[in-house]
Design a binder for this molecule. Structure first.
Ligand SMILES: [Zn+2]
Length: 762
């Protein structure tokens, strides 16, 4: 940075334009978003003709603890509220992706390393009897219905079309062998405890479930390959589950027959828990659970649950379960019961934290969205998992056998509980299409998880959310990256893309682009508009703008539709002060040129050839500029310049302010706000925050003048790590050596990407 005086000379405006071939990054999204219509409005709200279908289920389930086998009968009532007559229905048979020949197995890729555990080998060499057996599919009067199974989807042909506004009921009988989740994988299944020969069942995606028929895709019957989760309609559930009499069940919904399945002590404790707002109350104590482990009930008991306005139903069952519960107050809705079930293997962590984390999650997610609308929220412990269903989720986080645990286990457990309980809001209530867009639930949920973790403990070690955590992912080879707007099943690094990048983008939007107030209002508006409905990406993008008056098309384009990273370079600094102009600087360039050069041929010839010019014939044409020597012009100019300087202009010169022209280059491609810190000679600091729109005329290079009283000794771009800038070495003047680290990995840490969550987390 060299100091130079600047002369005050007339202003010349320069405009740099984006080359014609390249789309300006500030253009509106246009055709990248679907055209608004009567079901989805241009504001991002549901349109005046918005509709969605419903599916109600009455189910009778039996669990065989000897054979790890489950069977069920269900009556489905499908309500067609679409404007279309439906000739057939599609149901999802998710258990079929556990089937040895499923596309999940046949299209999975990978290479075997030199060391492999027998457990993980089961995923390659898999020929177990898995997947649904559909025993019977009939009308309610018992007439067989014709159906076709295509892998994880089943089409049921109807005797006559279901007219708009009409409903149709049918019955399905089914069964399947439950998978060993820890060996075979999957989002549900059993965990076996060899020490006491007991099983813990986490049961989900266990019944043929209706697909969604909507205004976007018609039937969402894209096959389940294992990554893209579920797209499900809301409905009412009425479910009887029969299990060994010594099992305890946690499930979506409210237990209807506590007198039949709980002891009178347990019923009393549950009543007490309804009035306990700070500490959980034990419903089944560790001692009671332990006493059951060595016995086997020969009787069975039937637990009866009802759930209203939910998109799915899941449950867990084991004789090993300890159960605790506490009540959670809400702003303007009934209390919720926060509850946990866990085997003794989860302690001491689970008893100390799980239910309180559930309560904390409800408090903060409700703060950012809406009151939790369901009566219960369960957290169930089973090893190495994180998986969500309405009102219930299955979470890992297991101490060592001697009860000790690492920091990673503790915070991993708290984080996964916040995350999975948080999924009640996205996608269980704000019911986005998970089969198509992982980011709409995982990204929004990971963002709220981050905010909720930070409310739990100061500087909670959140794995995702802070901008610097996404840098490694975003600076990878562009060929290896997909935009966030990619289908769930196609994304290579789902954790870094749909979870972490989305959460980081929203965090940046809140902190750096919109500000917390505007962002929080708009985000809540989206949650309220789409609560108990099916939003699409455009509904989110549009609502965030509609509710805030912030044009975010550039932000969605950069963060959601592209893979470009942020790398802004502080490319040049010019330091100037205002001064009186030098004589020569008041000459025009023509005058300067002619003063320093011989006369041109035309002039020489004209002097000879033109005997008399018009102003020599008519001398009244002359004024002070006629035939005046260039040097005289400069002197006159200067005198008149000095005479004409206003007091204000003279003051500028007298003050000796510093003018810094900073030039920034956008090397990464992603347009982002410019945040720059000045450190003055006297040690004081100032931060300038410039919105991303500074790049709107030139997406790749901009210059801007900053005027300061004091001399700046240091410039720092992105001083608070807000923009996920992938190369900080070009963010400093004077240049600062960037410290980098090499990492000494321990053997057991290899193979786990830094941005990936705990194994199996969804
Ligand atoms: Zn998730």
């Amino acid at each position: 940075m060299n100091f130079k005086n600047i002369s005050l000379i007339p202003l010349i405006l320069l405009a740099v334009h984006i080359s014609a071939q390249e789309i300006n990054k500030f253009e509106q999204l246009g055709s990248l978003l679907p055209t608004p219509n009567e079901t989805r409005s241009a504001s991002g709200a549901p349109g005046h003709a918005y509709w969605q279908n419903r599916a109600d289920y009455i189910m009778d389930i039996h669990l065989d603890d000897h054979k790890q086998y489950i069977s069920g009968k269900e009556t489905v009532t499908y309500h067609n509220q679409s404007p279309d007559a439906l000739d057939y229905l599609w149901l999802q048979l998710d258990q079929n992706n556990q089937f040895p020949g499923s596309d999940s197995y046949s299209t999975s890729t990978g290479k075997l390393g030199d060391q492999i555990t027998p457990g993980s080998l089961a995923r390659y060499d898999h020929n177990l009897d898995r997947g649904f057996n559909i025993v019977k599919l009939t009308s309610t009067s018992g007439t067989d219905l014709s159906y076709t199974i295509n892998k994880t989807m089943m089409r049921v042909d109807l005797p006559q079309p279901i007219a708009p506004g009409a409903s149709y009921s049918f019955k399905v009988e089914w069964n399947y062998n439950i998978n060993d989740r820890l060996k075979e994988g999957g989002r549900s299944g059993y965990e076996y405890f060899p020490a006491d020969s007991n099983y813990l069942y986490a049961i989900a995606q266990f019944y043929p479930r209706m697909c969604v028929y909507d205004d976007i895709y018609g039937w969402q019957n894209k096959q389940f390959l294992g990554a893209g989760e579920f797209t499900l309609p809301f409905g009412e559930y009425d479910v009887h589950i029969t299990v060994p009499a010594d099992h305890a069940i946690a499930a979506t919904g409210i237990l209807q027959n506590p007198k039949d399945v709980l002891t009178s002590d347990q019923q009393d404790r549950l009543a007490k828990a309804h009035n306990s707002y700070t500490q959980p109350v034990m419903i089944i104590t560790p001692e009671e659970a332990l006493a059951k482990e060595s016995k086997r009930a020969t009787e069975e008991k039937t637990w009866y649950f009802k759930a209203s306005n939910v998109r799915d139903f899941a449950w867990a069952s084991s004789r090993k379960f300890i159960w605790d519960a506490m009540a959670v107050k809400q702003t303007s809705s009934p209390d919720v019961m926060a509850m946990s079930m866990y085997p003794k293997e989860g302690n001491p962590l689970w008893q100390q934290y799980s239910t309180k984390v559930v309560a904390h999650t409800l408090k903060w997610y409700s703060h950012y969205t809406f009151d939790y609308p369901y009566p219960v929220a369960w957290s169930i412990h089973t090893d190495r998992i994180g998986m969500e269903y309405p009102m219930i989720c299955f979470n890992g986080g297991r101490p060592a056998a001697d009860g000790t645990y690492t920091k990673g286990t503790k915070y991993g457990m708290i984080g996964v509980i916040i995350h999975e309980v948080g999924h009640n809001y996205f996608p269980m209530i704000v019911n986005s299409d998970e089969r198509q867009w992982t980011w709409m639930d995982e990204g929004l949920n990971t963002f709220l998880e981050y905010l909720t973790e930070q409310q739990w403990e100061r500087d909670y070690p959140s794995g995702r959310g802070a901008p610097y955590k996404i840098v490694d992912y975003m600076k990878a080879d562009q060929k290896l990256l997909e935009p966030i707007m990619s289908n769930s099943e196609n994304i290579q690094q789902l954790g870094s893309n749909a979870y972490a990048k989305t959460a980081t983008a929203l965090n940046i939007l809140r902190e750096t682009v919109m500000g917390r107030d505007l962002f929080d209002k708009a985000f809540k508006e989206y949650a309220l508009r789409w609560k108990f409905k099916h939003p699409s990406p455009a509904d989110f993008f549009r609502t965030m703008e509609d509710a805030s008056a912030v044009d975010l098309d550039w932000f969605w384009r950069g963060w959601f539709f592209s893979t470009e990273p942020c790398d802004i370079q502080l490319a040049d600094i010019k330091w100037q002060r205002a001064d009186m102009p030098q004589d020569s600087s008041l000459l025009t360039s023509d005058e300067k040129f002619l003063g320093n050069n011989p006369q041109g041929l035309t002039s020489v010839r004209n002097r000879e050839m033109i005997k008399q010019t018009q102003d020599e014939i008519d001398t009244t044409l002359k004024d002070q500029f006629s035939n005046v020597d260039a040097r005289k012009t400069a002197k006159d100019n200067f005198e008149s310049y000095e005479k004409n300087l206003s007091d204000e202009e003279k003051a500028v010169i007298a003050k000796g302010k510093n003018y810094y022209t900073l030039t920034f280059k956008n090397k990464g491609g992603l347009v982002m706000p410019i945040i720059i810190k000045f450190v003055y000679e006297d040690g004081t600091e100032q931060v300038q925050r410039i919105p991303a729109e500074i790049w709107r005329h030139d997406n790749s290079e901009v210059s801007k003048v900053f005027i300061t009283d004091k001399v700046i000794k240091q410039f720092i771009l992105d001083p608070y790590l807000e923009t996920a800038d992938i190369d900080r070495s070009n963010n400093y003047y004077p240049a600062q050596q960037q410290m980098t680290r090499f990492e000494l990995f321990q053997q057991q840490n290899q193979g786990r990407g830094r941005n990936q969550g705990p194994p199996g987390r969804s």
